[in-house]
Design a protein around this ligand. Structure first.
Ligand SMILES: Cc1c2[nH]c(c1CCC(=O)O)Cc1[nH]c(c(CCC(=O)O)c1C)Cc1[nH]c(c(CCC(=O)O)c1C)Cc1[nH]c(c(C)c1CCC(=O)O)C2
Length: 355
């Protein structure tokens, strides 16, 4: 079977008439669909309760917890899609990379990848490595009914930024030193990560995810030329690998105003936009044939209902002429966000876009 073919016999498990999937496919929708990046997480008291005493990575490997945490924001906010509760470093942990997610810090890698010999740490990912993902998605799709489940993975560049730096970074100096100084090693690293990422997304789709999002959160650190030369080929490989399933593919990054066109060219069906570029301008940069996702500044949620509604109207007005629009924040929900503000925002978007 070629990488582009979906396996014979797999039946789509989600209903294909949800507003979210329709918007991704640029079809008419009953209302603009809404979900939030990081909708499952610390903004919810019920999340903090079930996570008590359970380390982040352990929670990602327990199907009962994953199912409960994924469903929490769906129950509470009436969002149009669930996002599978996990983290971008889970597939790396699953192939044996020594890493942890440190509270308030993020992913920390014990032995950073800096040399060709270090590449040996990156073996192929098989479905057995992440059997808890298959199990959790089975539980979830049964509970979710018609609500689509979004699977996700970190893009090769963003994963490489953690693996080469050894942890979060503002400058990515080690990753960029490899990218500029040893382009062959860099290309091989990103290609390995593309294969691991593609395998991880396939597991999620085959288990029942009805869309996937590739998070290249930190790609905004790159110039368009460097992105095209050193990153796009690996991300394009990931998108090609899952093309044959026919599920919408979303591509998102932060600070990527200058990269919207190349990130779209990597093969996404839907391009995620942060709050720095209005959606109509983003559409001009990208050109026809793509749906857009975004892009309310997540900090607006601290400003009170009137400000949230005014800024939401701005987003909806900029989105009015788009071929397809999935409402979201421009980046993840911040942990101190009032969850009621999110619930009100979903209702506001639904009622003000009802057709
Ligand atoms: C860069 C990145 C990471 N992880 C992720 C990204 C890309 C998305 C983005 O740009 O925000 C992706 C991610 N991580 C998590 C999700 C959950 C699904 C959802 O969106 O609801 C998703 C989609 C859970 C999580 N991942 C993490 C948490 C917080 C840890 C906790 O709740 O104990 C959650 C809910 C940890 C994590 N993991 C990472 C960071 C930077 C952090 C935050 C560290 C901190 O502030 O404590 C790496």
């Amino acid at each position: 079977m070629s990488a582009n073919e979906s396996p014979a016999g797999r039946q789509p498990t989600a209903t294909y008439d949800s507003a979210f999937l329709k918007a991704c496919r640029r079809e008419p929708v009953p209302h603009t669909p809404v979900w939030f990046m990081r909708q499952a997480g610390r903004s919810l008291p019920e999340y903090r309760k079930v996570r008590e005493g359970v380390p982040m990575l352990e929670s990602c490997m327990r199907p009962d917890l994953v199912t409960e945490i994924t469903l929490q924001p769906v129950r509470r906010h009436d969002v149009d899609a669930a996002i599978y509760f996990s983290d971008i470093v889970v597939p790396l942990k699953a192939i044996g990379i020594d890493l942890d997610i440190k509270p308030g810090v993020g992913p920390v890698v014990e032995r950073p990848i800096r040399t060709r010999a270090d590449l040996a740490q990156l073996r192929d990912l098989t479905p057995d490595d992440v059997s808890y993902v298959t199990e959790a998605i089975g539980l979830l799709t049964a509970e979710l009914g018609a609500t689509p489940l979004i699977g996700f993975a970190g893009a090769p560049f963003t994963l490489a930024s953690y693996l080469v730096e050894g942890g979060p970074s503002r400058t990515y100096e080690n990753a960029k030193a490899m990218m500029y100084g040893d382009p062959e090693l860099w290309a091989d690293l990103l290609d390995r990560l593309a294969e691991i990422t593609a395998a991880f997304l396939k597991v999620q789709i085959e288990a029942g995810a009805s869309a996937v999002q590739l998070f290249d959160s930190w790609a905004g650190a790159l110039s368009p030329a460097d992105y095209r030369r050193s990153v796009l080929p690996a991300s394009a490989k990931v998108f090609r690998a899952v093309e044959g399933y026919g599920v919408p593919r979303i591509h998102f990054g932060v600070g990527t105003g200058e990269l919207l066109k190349p990130m779209s060219d990597a093969g996404a069906d839907v391009v995620g936009v942060d709050w720095r570029v209005p959606l109509d301008e983003a559409a001009r940069r990208i050109g026809p044939g793509k749906a857009l996702q975004g892009n309310l500044d997540p900090t607006v949620l601290f400003a009170g209902t009137e400000a949230v509604e005014a800024k939401t109207r701005e987003v909806l007005e900029a989105a009015a002429g788009l071929e397809g629009h999935v409402f979201n924040l421009g980046h993840g929900v911040m942990p101190s966000t009032d969850p009621d503000a999110l619930t009100r925002l979903v209702e506001y978007v639904h009622t003000h876009t009802a057709r």
